[in-house]
Design a protein around this ligand. Structure first.
Ligand code: ASP
Ligand code: MG
Length: 422
């Protein structure tokens, strides 16, 4: 008998019929002798609907007062799902009880709409488990120090589930979703993409940060920090499939790198179309320049990703970096108005039609020539590389957006990811 956490996403909870299906699956696990804690998301579309209502009344404002009410509002979506799931479980003959985040309580800081979990008191949940109940812990929400309801950011119920699993030292946290696992790349771009049976926590972190939207990135960070055994799997298999088969399906996020080393050097190809490139041209080559440029950008709360600066010619150089596309105009304005005048640079130029393509794999640590193979593949396709950045387990290039699919397909093939699993 083990303590298991299940998390069900919005599509899995999308209708009363789906909720009944979830209840039958959870009941199967409980009847197999497990202590079950279940964290549901809001029914699909519900969070968007609720936030849309707020927008109808007032456009979003970056004030605490406004964001506090957004959290009050959005948290109701998950609360509905939790109660419905408890009712469905009771209808299946299971004893079940649901708790809102504030009833557990799950304590967070006060950063409304993107709060971070600080602690979880599991006494109440444990008592129910001991009494043989299936406990539903409402996802996405918590309680701040002043007693206000908070939410954890879009996709945040993944993080609720992992945090509950960590706090309760669960045997495993299973994230049930509408895909059957983590893929080598997006199957909509490369039909040959295949599901990974395992992916290391570090690889998952890189893939999640580059737009593979299977898991909220913070949940992966949490799992890494607290060594939570995490699996992503489909809720669309028949609920009554063999429990052992189900428990081994999907993708397991592993920590045992050695086991993984035998596998492909590159685990997956990630891409991101949400960035834009900005270059400050003719920058004097002297101390403090990077700070003057990027300090101003950071002060405006704008996140920067790839950064490059070349060596100088005649004491001048060019400085380029990428930001989120949504922050592009704001960043360019900021640089032109506030930074250029003091910098002695010539001009600020930019390009929003770029994308970032990355190869990710912990095998890159111990193999040379992986990055150069990537560059060769791109050159054979005639794709110009505008920027490069590397980390121990990732090489990313910034290229023209129109070559994204071509680049991803060519790299997927070149790194043998098209081949079926052995
Ligand atoms: N319902 C929330 C959202 O749509 C949280 C979640 O689904 O994880 O972002
Ligand atoms: Mg999600």
């Amino acid at each position: 008998m083990a303590l298991i956490v299940h998390k069900y996403g919005g599509t899995s909870m999308g209708s009363t019929e789906r909720i009944r299906h979830v209840a039958k699956r959870v009941a199967k696990w409980a009847r197999a002798g497990h202590q079950m804690v279940v964290v549901p998301s809001a029914m699909s579309g519900e969070t968007n609907r609720l936030l849309g209502l707020a927008k109808e009344l007032a456009p979003s404002k970056p004030t605490d007062a406004y964001n506090r009410e957004l959290d009050m509002l959005a948290a109701t979506g998950e609360q509905v799902a939790s109660a419905l799931l408890a009712i469905a479980l009771q209808a299946e003959g299971m004893e079940s009880v649901s708790y809102a985040g504030w009833q557990v309580p799950i304590r967070t800081n006060s950063a409304y709409t993107k709060a971070r979990i600080e602690s979880i008191d599991d006494a109440r949940v444990r008592a129910d488990l001991m009494a043989g109940r299936v406990v539903i812990v409402t996802g996405f929400q918590g309680l701040d120090e002043l007693g206000n309801i908070t939410t954890l950011g879009r996709g945040g119920s993944d993080t609720s589930a992992v945090a509950v699993a960590a706090a309760m030292k669960a045997e495993e946290c299973l994230i049930y979703t509408d895909v059957d696992g983590v893929y080598t790349t997006d199957p909509r771009v490369v039909p040959e993409a295949r599901r990974l049976k395992t992916v290391s926590f570090e690889e998952m972190l890189e893939m999640a940060s580059m737009g593979s939207k299977v898991l909220q990135i913070r949940s992966v960070e949490f799992a890494g920090k607290y060594k939570v055994k995490l699996r992503v799997l489909s809720s669309f298999t028949p609920w009554d499939i063999d429990i052992n088969e189900e428990a081994a399906s999907g993708t397991l996020i592993t920590f045992e790198e050695d086991e993984h080393m035998e596998q492909a050097i590159v685990a997956g190809i990630a891409f991101n179309r949400d960035e834009a490139k900005i270059s400050v041209l003719g920058v004097p080559d002297k101390p403090g320049i990077a700070y003057q440029i990027l300090g101003a950008v950071a002060d405006a709360n704008i996140e920067v990703d790839v950064i490059i600066q070349n060596i100088s010619k005649d004491g001048k150089t060019d400085f380029s970096f990428t930001v989120n596309r949504g922050d592009y105009a704001k960043t360019v304005d900021l640089l032109r108005e506030k930074v250029l005048p003091n910098l002695g640079a010539q001009e600020v130029v930019g390009d929003t039609k770029i994308c970032k393509v990355s190869i990710v794999g912990i095998g890159m640590r111990s193999h040379v020539g992986v990055a150069s193979k990537m560059f060769r593949v791109l050159s054979e396709e005639g794709i110009n590389i505008q920027m490069i950045s590397t980390s121990e387990i990732k090489t990313s290039v910034v290229i023209d957006e129109k070559y994204m699919e071509l680049a991803v397909r060519a790299l997927h093939k070149a790194f043998d990811l098209d081949l079926p699993l052995v």
